[in-house]
Design a protein around this ligand. Structure first.
Ligand code: GAL
Length: 677
């Protein structure tokens, strides 16, 4: 089977993104400023070392101010200024947000929420992904933009729309409903088959005709979970289809790589990006620290590893990030001095070949006027600007990293299907969620010094020593069988609770939990027994746990630890099963941070996984490899200076390191070492 990246590269019309060294870029919204400012912008971009600039993202009402009327004068000037300065352009198609003339003329393009009410213009992305009318106007605009700039020498990359599905992924209008029905017909062939897949015998939901089927609108009680799951899948496919339509138009006029910015992040889960990779020429992601999470920096590392997983290990582009505060969280925290650099280097360490920011110059008006930027309201006499210039210098110096690959001998399985299905309206415990488990396991690996590729459950796992499967609630038979074959052939896995519970239709796998993985782990749970948040749950070893337990009997596994208290007291909590030439561990609870770290360290060591020296929850250590060198990244997020054994050239300070590498509190270091074969 072709991998995602092989599919991407073999797709007719695939064009690689080419850039010398590591890109340093930003979104630029010159339409918000008087033309006198533009020359100063370009001069300062050069001063900072910016070399890739995304423009025309929200340009629709500027370049197409009324129906049939296209005005490219200002955009010509901006592209010319950038080009003259040697700055490359990441050119937006301008379709991200329709202008008022379009929504006024065609209100039927507006999205409808799940309570049947329309979402009006005045914000952004007020368009329905299934609307043929919106698509007709948008593609007309793309045609104009692509024809005009398709062979402009400044254009290095095409930026389709913007964060597709950020706000408008789920539309319930008549067009969307009709399109959902067509999607279901293609998937199931007959209403009878759909009834079977959705389990509609329950609550008298049996359908007789396609036309009776609706999108999952708001209901009095809980909705059919299989219907909700399919609507997630449909909505992702629908948006991808829209992306494809824009890309096809561009491809007729340009030889340059085409992409769009993904949102691999904790708070948006509308698109299954594993399906998107084959369609884009370059995987690009937007990432912002989310201070609503317990550990935003750890989540950044996870998102970067997942983005690399989407890219099949190939380099990717960080298309947006922030120098400081965002504007859309309840509390928008500024970054501490050095934090922006650490965040940027985290992305770099985990496979990014370019670091870009939203946005160039902080807006003076509009909803985002208090969002940070490369050039803050305070201007160039500011700490942010000085750090931006320093970062530009650093990215320039580490150009040799471009194209190198992250070294990882562990995989963590992730799936949007599992995320959608796990976090359904109803589940055994609302205080147990998919990302909680995924993040906890990823953080433990990171703290243990293990770099993990975050990959799809159906990906080839043969190169990994260890595979971690956190809360993979929904899994296909094929993926479950592949994991079994991986273990039988000698691999090690750690499966955690609420994995393998249902099939792709959200139908429970009968016979005991963890359903699909029961034989693999050699244990069988008869009942889930969650505990209330905050209730004590301990294991016999003294390990701290919480929120979840199961009533398990082992079949072929040995018991490694047992519940000391709680509803499953005396029963197994951690088990280990020899299976063929390999080993399958099962964790039937959520362990506290320290206990989980100890378990992960033990499993990693037994599996012979490489653990980076000096790593901890506060110190990230990751390697990128070229044919001749290893590049060791050390990112010290903590407030204690440290020293590690290392020998080579240090690229941040330019110093030679002979034996000991000093990494002051808050600093980053990148050591070029001789590669070990
Ligand atoms: C992204 C978006 C940008 C900007 C940024 C602010 O979602 O693509 O246009 O809004 O967030 O953080």
């Amino acid at each position: 089977m072709e991998t995602r990246v092989e599919q991407q590269r073999s797709r007719p019309g695939f064009r690689p993104f080419r850039h010398d060294g590591i890109a340093f870029g930003c979104d630029y919204n010159p339409e918000q400023w008087d033309p006198e400012v533009w020359s100063e912008d370009v001069r300062l971009m050069r001063e900072a070392g910016v070399d890739l600039v995304a423009i025309n993202i929200f340009g629709w009402s500027q370049v197409n101010p009324r129906k049939g009327d296209f005005e490219f004068g200002a955009l010509d000037t901006v592209i010319g200024l950038l080009h003259d300065a040697g700055i490359r352009v990441n050119l937006g198609t301008a379709t991200a947000s329709p202008p008022p003339w379009l929504t006024a003329r065609h209100p039927e393009i507006l999205p409808v929420a799940d309570d049947g009410t329309t979402r009006f213009p005045g914000g952004r992305q007020a368009w329905c992904p299934s609307s043929p009318v919106f698509r007709r106007y948008a593609l007309e605009l793309v045609e104009q933009v692509a024809r005009r700039y398709g062979d402009h020498p400044a254009v290095a990359l095409w930026h389709v729309s913007n964060e597709l599905g950020c706000h408008n992924a789920h539309c319930h209008c008549a067009e969307s409903t009709a399109s959902f029905r067509r999607w279901l017909e293609r998937r199931y062939g007959s209403v009878a088959e759909l009834n079977r897949a959705w389990g509609t015998s329950f609550w008298s939901q049996r359908y007789d005709e396609w036309t009776e089927i609706l999108t999952p609108l708001r209901t009095l009680s809980t909705r059919n979970p299989s219907q909700v799951l399919d609507f997630h899948r449909f909505s992702s496919d629908e948006m991808l289809d829209y992306y494809r339509a824009e890309a096809e138009v561009i491809r007729r006029h340009s030889e340059v790589a085409i992409t769009t910015n993904f949102m691999v992040t904790a708070h948006i889960r509308t698109q299954d990006y594993f399906g998107w990779t084959p369609e884009v020429d370059l995987v690009a992601n937007d990432h912002y620290l989310d201070h609503r999470l317990d550990d935003p920096t750890a989540e950044l590392a996870f998102a970067a590893d997942l983005t690399r997983g989407l890219a099949g290990g190939a380099p990717w582009l960080l298309m947006e990030s922030s120098t400081g505060a965002v504007n859309w969280q309840p509390h928008n925290l500024a970054k501490a001095p050095g934090e922006m650099t650490r965040n940027a280097v985290q992305h770099l360490a985990r496979g990014a070949d370019g670091i870009c920011f939203f946005q160039w110059r902080a807006s003076a008006q509009g909803s985002e006027k208090f969002h940070s930027a490369l050039l803050p309201h305070a201007g160039t006499d500011s700490g942010v600007w000085r750090e931006v210039v320093a970062l530009g210098g650093l990215l320039d110096r580490v150009g040799e990293l471009a194209g190198t690959r992250v070294a990882a001998d562990t995989a963590l399985l992730f799936s949007w299907d599992a995320w959608w299905a796990f976090d359904a309206d109803i589940r055994p415990s609302n205080s147990v969620s998919y990302l909680d488990q995924v993040h906890a396991l990823h953080s433990a690996l990171r703290a243990a010094g293990v770099t993990a590729d975050v990959v799809h459950p159906a990906d080839d796992l043969s190169k990994y020593r260890l595979v971690v499967v956190p809360g993979l609630y929904a899994v296909t038979d094929a993926a479950a069988d592949a994991l079994d074959a991986y273990v039988t052939a000698g691999g090690t896995v750690l499966v955690t609770c609420y994995s393998g519970i249902v099939d792709e239709h959200d139908r429970v796998r009968l016979g005991g939990y963890p359903g699909a993985y029961r034989d693999l782990v050699g244990a069988r749970a008869e009942e889930f027994a969650p505990v209330l948040p905050g209730a004590a749950l301990t294991l016999e070893s003294g390990a701290a746990a919480g929120r979840w337990s199961e009533r398990i009997r082992v079949t072929t596994a040995e018991v490694v630890d047992r519940f000391a208290d709680g509803p499953s007291a005396g029963g197994p909590a951690i088990t280990r099963n020899r299976r063929g030439a390999g080993t399958a561990w099962y964790l039937a609870t959520l362990l506290g941070e320290e206990s989980l770290l100890r378990l992960v360290e033990r499993i990693a060591d037994e599996a012979g996984v490489t653990r980076a020296e000096g790593a901890s929850a506060e110190v990230e250590v990751v390697r990128r490899m070229s044919a001749t060198h290893a590049y060791r990244f050390v990112i010290n997020h903590g407030d204690i200076d440290l020293e590690l054994p290392a020998t080579g050239e240090e690229l941040v300070t330019g110093a030679s390191v002979a034996g000991r590498l000093a990494v002051p509190a808050g600093a980053v270091r990148i050591v070029r070492e001789e590669a070990v074969a």
